[in-house]
Design a protein. Structure first.
Length: 57
């Protein structure tokens, strides 16, 4: 994942920052508890394609 792209990408829902999870190939929005997949090097920034993260305890 290109670091320049990571600098400009934000969550499409809340416009908050995203964290890159390299092993899982996902972009994480902690505010919305969503993980957006990265497929073949391309971030899929669609809410319907995002995985809901479990609530933190």
């Amino acid at each position: 994942m290109d670091s320049r792209l990571l600098d400009i990408l934000v969550c499409p829902l809340c416009k908050g920052p995203l964290k890159y999870d390299k092993p899982a190939q996902e972009l994480i929005c902690k505010a919305d508890r969503l993980a957006f997949p990265i497929r073949e090097g391309i971030p899929v920034m669609l809410e319907q394609q995002a995985r809901t993260l479990p609530a933190e305890s």
